[in-house]
Each structure stands twice: as structure tokens, then as C-alpha cells.
Design a protein around this ligand. Structure first.
Ligand code: FES
Length: 101
């Protein structure tokens, strides 16, 4: 599929995250200090929308039961080896694109 436009950069201000649905999948897009990252937005615990969670530094906390995932690495402290898929991101002309291939 390649890069897909997921949001306007102005809608993902620094220190925030957004949840973007893409068919049955979803992406959590995080703006960390002006750098934008993306990972699988469906929580592996009970399918919570990670992008609706609170972003603390690089860590995005699931709004359902609090499992936490690093938006840069996808890694979680909830369980050893638990890791969300991360995606390449590019920002062009004020738009955020994610490579969900
Ligand atoms: S659904 Fe994310 S912690 Fe339960």
C-alpha cells in the first residue's frame, strides 16, 4: 500500500496522539517533541484505541486499561516481548503520511 495520508500535522500537536482508523486496522500517531511516530493503534489486550490514550513522553497509555506502549519502539512494559508494529512516517506540506505496507 505504501505511504498513506493519515492526518494534518496541525491536528497532531506536539505532545499529543491521534487515533486513525484504516478499515479494520488503526494507527496511533504520536507527536513527540516535534517528531512524528506511528504504530499499530489497536491495543493487543482488548482492542482499545491507543491513539485516544494519553501520551507521556514517548509512552502512549491505552485509554481502556492502562497498558503502555512506547510510540517510538512499539514496546510495552505490560509484558516481556509485547510490541506493537511501528510504521515509517513522513511529514510533507503539513500532512502526515504513514507507510502501512
Ligand atoms: S484494551 Fe488496552 S489495556 Fe486493555
Amino acid at each position: 500500500m505504501g505511504f498513506v495520508k493519515v492526518a494534518a500535522l496541525k491536528d497532531v500537536p506536539e505532545g499529543s496522539a491521534v487515533h486513525v482508523e484504516m478499515g479494520e486496522a488503526a494507527v496511533a500517531v504520536c507527536n513527540i517533541g516535534g517528531a512524528v511516530y506511528a504504530m499499530d493503534g489497536i491495543c493487543p489486550h482488548a482492542a482499545g484505541p491507543l491513539g485516544h490514550g494519553a501520551l507521556n513522553g514517548t509512552v502512549l497509555v491505552c485509554p481502556f486499561h492502562g497498558w503502555a506502549f512506547d510510540c517510538v519502539t512499539g514496546e510495552s512494559d505490560a509484558d516481556d516481548g509485547l510490541k506493537q508494529t511501528t510504521y515509517a512516517v513522513k511529514v510533507e506540506n503539513g500532512e502526515v503520511w504513514v507507510d502501512v505496507a
